[in-house]
Design a protein around this ligand. Sequence first.
Ligand SMILES: [Zn+2]
Length: 129
Amino acid sequence: MITISHGTFATAINCMDGRAQLPVIAYLKSKYGVDYVDAITEPGPNRILAGNRDQIDLDSIRRRLEISVMKHGSKHVVIVGHHDCAGNPVDKETQLSQIAAAVETVKSWGFPCEITGLWVDEQWKVHEV
Ligand SMILES: [Zn+2]
């Protein structure tokens, strides 16, 4: 059941890194015209979701995403990877492939929302993957 909340929401499954928060929030508010961005943060969530192995972490992300989509009515979910990630210290190409795999993992959960990958570059600019 969807609860009617005041305002519209999108969802960012983002790194916990403080540098990645504001650029992604600004991007989502601008692109989708939403009032608020729900934050689901982990160190390197693209690594966690691409690996699709750590059931405790996966369940935790999924539980929070369910609240955002089913209670807040979020229709737009992004999975973020970023430059200089301490939680996922691999090169950009690896991160981009992890983001693509992470999108597939979250799609497999079947929530009624659009799921997109984002890359935040060394200048903290946001790009769709
Ligand atoms: Zn990070």
